[in-house]
Each structure stands twice: as structure tokens, then as C-alpha cells.
Ligand binder design. Sequence first.
Ligand code: CP
Length: 317
Amino acid sequence: MEPAPRRAALPSRHLLAIQGLTAAEITPLLDLADGYVEQNRRPEKKSALLRGRTVINLFFENSTRTRTSFELAGKRLGADVINMSASASSVKKGETLIDTAMTLNAMQPDALVVRHPESGAVKLLADKVRCAVINGGDGTHEHPTQALLDALTIRRRKGRIEGLQVAICGDILHSRVARSNIHLLNAMGARVRVIGPPTLMPTDIDRLGVDVHHDMRRGLRDCDIVMMLRLQTERMQGQFVPSIREYFHFFGLDYAKLAVARPDALIMHPGPMNRGVEIDSELADDIDRSVILDQVELGVAVRMAVLDVLARHEVAP
Ligand code: CP
């Protein structure tokens, strides 16, 4: 007899990072998200699972994908969803992060989705509230739901994650997406290479269990997945690349560089994309290679799965 599928649950009431999660915790969450992909493709997309629950999106940094998909995810599960951006809040009048958190906590939400420019700020806030806190991206630290949606995209396209060769390319230094993906892909048994100029590599990169390359043609050889990253200029103080033109020449993904990857290699990008900077525009739109819009679609399903588990306060025994 087949063993019963493991029920999705997380080891904490919050989702602050991928680091520390195991394949046994990640896989059931992806299985749950798979079901929500089907729900989202039906004409009637709503269920009542989270009826009566409240989700607050608290964003101290701009976002298109994460904020919108968490809003859709909450609404499709029947929750009441409030969006709050720091620029339109009392933060502008000098209210601190902790006071903001405690104020929102007093309104009895069931989940807070928080994005903040400082690494560690979401954890600080999570320690002050009773509800579940989901990290929507904190500084250069982690963006856990992005890595989960990337994993779901890979698994649906390739049928597995274990054993795949995944190249993460570009501005690794400033990328929370890279960090979360490295932890997740390692946990799931993929082999990760990072490719970028030395100026955009974290000094502790060797400790993350990846192969490091500074040459795209060497790094991309025979890989199954090419994950491109944006130059995060908003986090840069000083000059990290000589010029955009030179950066694209050496590190921008185009058909010539992609030719050394496996013929069925998939191209991914968390967005927002800078066409002609880290990726050739035609390649980004190539429906035979690029799964960038699949990532966006699956992001809603993954966030429904995370809210399903956390906004109902289900924590692993
Ligand atoms: N990938 C991502 O986090 O995109 P947004 O900044 O638009 O949310």
C-alpha cells in the first residue's frame, strides 16, 4: 500500500526563512500548492477555508508580484485582506517598526505578510506579535515564498528537483532570492552553482554549499535551470560593475551563452526584470525556454498553501 501523503505543516508559527527547513517539510507544502494551481485555473476560484480570518500585507518596500499574489491568495481562500504600505502609514510620522507591529497586532490579525529593506527586521517584528508572520523579503537575507514558488515551477516542469544542476546568475551579493533558493535547492538535493563577477559574490559564499563561477560559459555548462537575477541597484552603495553594457556583455544571458546549457534548460527570473541588463529581451519572452510567467502564476498557489498552513495556526507537532 502507498504511504499516505504527509500533511503540510511548518515547524514554526512563522515563515521567516527557508534555512533550516527540510525536504520533508518543503515537499508537502509544494504538494498542497499543486492543488491550489488547479483551483486557480477554474472559473470559480474562491473557497471558504480562511473565512473570518484576517491577513495584513505590510510592505516597507515596493512590490508588484509578492504583494498582489498574497492579496489574491488570501482572497481566494476567503480571508479578509488589508494592504498597508509604509509610505501611506504612520511610519511616515515617525512611528517605529515595533510600534507599528504592536498596533496591528492589537487588531487581531491571523497573519502578517511583511517586506522590509533591512535584513532581520521581519524576525524582530515576529517576536512582538501573536499572529503568524510571513517574510515577504527582508533586505539581502531571505525571500522564502519566492524560493518555494521557484521550486514548484521547477518540479512541475522537470518532474523533480533532486539531481538537477541549477545555475543562479548575477547579483548574488544583494539577493535574498539567491539565498533562499540556495537553501531550498540544497535541501531538496539539487546541485547549485552561482555565477557572477567577484564584486557581486558574498564573502561567505563558500559556506553555502555551492560551486562558484565567474565565467558564464563555464558556469552554465550542462545546467538544467538558469535562474537570472536583477542588479539590485537600490541596495548598492558605490560601483559594483564598470558599466551596464559591459555587465550585459559578460554576465547578461543571451542565446550564445545559453548554448552551453542543456538543450532543455529552463530560464527563470524572479522579477522585476531589467531587459538588456541581465537578460536578452527576446530570450526572456521565448516560450520554449522561459518560465518567468509560470513563476508568477505559481506564486499565487504557493502563497495560498503558506496561508492555508499558517493563518489557521497549524504548526507541526
Ligand atoms: N520577485 C519579487 O519579489 O517581485 P516583487 O518585488 O514585484 O514582489
